[in-house]
Design a protein around this ligand. Structure first.
Ligand code: IVH
Length: 664
């Protein structure tokens, strides 16, 4: 691939990973992998500046701003830091600085892995708390900041200050939150940072209070009654004012001493009550900051040292193949238990056949493992030099390990599937999923009961659940099943018949259709019949439904077995529609794809928001799939293309008419 193409590819990759990380609080790759891509892009752009563009992620601070919160423009942008990955990088930073500013000293602090926020105090009273957002504009999260016990609403002196720091969840709180989410059948947060970010996005402060956010403050912002102090003195003063300022900061005269301090942090990183992903080195003399200067993204007087992900060696004891609800076969490595990043690890997913081959993993091999995003165990590589003579090659099965039917794989997919709809492993997983909290939420119907009812042949298909009342006597014969618990179970099953459509859609376990998509599908389609009849095009036009999901939905409902399943559930009395009317139904917008072009009298983002709020979506280029082109003044080629393709073109007056017409 040529350099230009690689730069474009890196830009696109990093942008999509940034979006997942900053906007959806759901990283797709580990920080270490992200850093590698980013560094590659920086290196290529440095070597080939002619390919550098303003929209490159290297020129921007990540993250965008959600429309659910009040926007607040930072008086001074909240910058990011450039990174160092080894001692040499730190020495280079020191040399650059010392050339011009030979007298600088340094402050070393742990780099807390949370999200940046800014708090403003006027005359010592807390006024507002704002997220970093895109660095220029953040979100007003004062209600959530106020729930942080260590944040005083009044300082001990009536000063005007903007303080900046990192909001985080302690490892303890993170674990407690995930434990209760697991019990409730909710998706787990990947790491404390995501949990903290998700919590800051809550509109309900009570939820943030329960989650137990914390903050560590590490600098002053634009409003500053403490000019003249060094950074270390500033931190001390902040503490004296009652603020939770960084308490692990140390002052160093030489870079060697800094490097020693960084190593100490890295060795002891797991002793901190919060996750730290590195160390931050700052010039102590704040009076020199302006002279030292800034790049577009970061100050030149500070640098972040990123720790390497902790890698631990262990032995592969076995590899098994799990059959998921959709029939997907996942190889799993069973490991000699080891502690990684503070928790015991005894299993790691090997994802699929390709991954297994790429790692050339044998049973009894020594492997290096790490925690991706410091939470999910992952095999980094095998150590073939240490392979014992009794190592066993792992062959990917050709047949399902449970029902023994031949496995299948689509030409361009990575996963093998057991496609036997009657495969016991899948049927049990499907039943478990159907009754689970996020789906039909049938209380007291847990994993063990599914297993028992399945083996006793009382429940082998979803409709059997709703016929269970005819087996009351058999149920009462179960060990530990008194009449009362049987009655409760049967009543819970009966109650679930009235659940709204989204629960049933999710419960069916259609591939790629998650909880949020199920909700959207129910909201747009209103009835199961409408969903069953929807074409791929109709589905693709909806929010959150891509081509892959649309195809799996259509495929699912074109299976005669699945049609019979729905008819049977209908006749058993399950509800096939959703709660009330579509709350934001707008005939002209809902499910429609818009393209905006030309100059409008309002900012395009505002028009786009109005469309999205009414269930439409906005895309950038005109194609056959576009439903409407909104053409402002001086609309050019897009309008022409719409006309050529026979796509409806409207002007702004018509658009405004539609907005007025649409109803809640
Ligand atoms: S100083 C001009 N100090 O790391 C930026 N940042 O990668 C001043 N962070 O955006 C930041 N601990 O969110 C600083 N002790 C610390 C920090 C810290 C965590 C975060 C912060 C910043 C990011 C930079």
């Amino acid at each position: 691939m040529d350099v230009k193409a690689r730069i474009e590819e890196l830009k696109a990759l990093i942008k999509s990973y940034n979006e997942a990380y900053y906007d959806q609080d759901s990283p797709l790759i580990s920080d270490v992998e992200w850093d590698a891509l980013y560094q590659e892009l920086v290196a290529l752009e440095t070597e080939y500046p002619e390919y550098m563009t303003d929209d490159s992620p290297t020129q921007k601070v990540g993250g965008t701003v959600s429309s659910a919160f009040q926007k607040v423009t930072h008086r001074h942008p909240m910058l990011s830091l450039s990174n160092a990955f080894n001692a040499d990088d730190l020495r280079a930073f020191d040399e650059r600085l010392k050339k011009e500013f030979p007298d600088v000293t340094y402050v070393l602090e742990p780099k807390v892995d949370g999200l940046a926020a800014s708090l403003r105090y006027d005359a010592g009273i807390l006024q507002v708390g704002v997220t970093r957002g895109d660095g220029t504009v953040g979100e007003d999260v004062t209600h959530n900041i106020r729930t942080i016990k260590t944040v005083p609403s009044r300082l001990s002196e009536p000063l005007y200050l903007e303080v900046r720091g990192e909001v985080y969840l302690s490892k303890k709180r993170f674990q407690a939150i995930n434990e209760s989410r697991e019990k409730a059948g909710k998706n787990l947060f990947k790491n404390p940072r995501n949990a903290a970010a998700g919590t800051m996005r809550q509109l309900d402060a009570e939820l943030s209070r329960q989650r137990g956010l914390d903050i560590v403050l590490y600098s002053l912002g634009s409003v500053d009654d403490l000019k003249g102090l060094t950074h270390a003195e500033t931190l001390e003063k902040m503490q004296a004012l009652g603020l939770p300022a960084q308490s692990h900061a140390t002052v160093h005269k030489t870079i060697d001493s800094v490097i020693q301090g960084v190593q100490d942090f890295e060795e002891n990183r797991h002793q901190f009550p919060f996750e730290i992903d590195g160390a931050v080195i700052k010039v102590n003399e704040r009076s020199m900051y302006d002279d030292i200067g800034y790049t577009a993204k970061s100050p030149k007087w500070a640098i972040a040292y990123k720790f390497k992900a902790e890698e631990v060696e262990t032995e592969v004891l076995d590899v098994t193949f799990q059959v998921g609800r959709t029939g997907q076969i996942t190889p799993v490595a069973h490991l000699a238990p080891v502690s990684v990043a503070g928790t015991m690890v005894s299993k790691a997913t090997l994802h699929n056949e390709e991954y297994l081959q790429e790692k050339d993993l044998h049973i009894h091999d020594q492997v290096l493992i790490k925690k991706a995003g410091d939470i999910i165990p992952e095999v980094i590589r095998t150590l073939p030099d240490k392979r014992p003579v009794n190592a066993i090659t792992v062959a990917f099965p050709t047949h399902c390990p449970v029902c023994e039917s031949p496995l299948k794989k689509e030409p361009h997919e990575a996963d093998w599937f057991c496609v036997n709809a009657m495969c016991e492993a899948q049927l049990k997983e499907k039943l478990e999923h159907f009754v689970s909290r996020n789906a039909m939420n049938i209380e007291t119907f847990g994993e063990k009961l599914v297993e028992k009812l399945y083996t006793e042949k009382l429940v082998q298909t979803i409709p059997d659940i709703y016929r269970l009342h005819t087996h009351k006597d058999a149920l009462m014969g179960f060990e530990g099943f008194a009449e009362k618990s049987v009655d409760t179970l049967l009543a819970n099953i009966e109650l679930s018949k009235a659940n709204p459509l989204e629960d049933l859609i999710f419960g069916l376990g259609i591939r790629h259709v998650g909880k949020t998509s199920s909700k959207n599908l129910a909201r747009h389609m209103q009835t199961m019949d409408a969903l069953m009849q929807a074409t791929e095009d109709t589905l693709i036009a909806l929010d959150d439904v891509g081509e892959v999901m649309a195809k799996t939905i259509v495929d699912f409902f074109s299976e005669p077995d699945n049609q019979v399943l729905i008819q049977t559930l209908k006749s058993l009395g399950l509800r096939m529609d959703t709660d009330g009317v579509q709350s934001t139904y707008h005939a002209k917008f809902s499910g429609k794809s818009f393209v905006l072009t030309g100059t409008l009298s309002v900012p395009r983002s505002q028009a786009a928001q109005a469309i999205e709020e009414r269930g439409g979506k906005v895309t950038s280029s005109v194609s056959k799939k576009t439903d409407v082109v909104l053409a402002g003044e001086e609309a050019g080629s897009k309008q022409q293309k719409a006309i050529d393709l026979g796509v409806q073109v409207i002007d702004e007056a018509t658009f405004n008419g539609w907005l007025g017409e649409s109803h809640e």
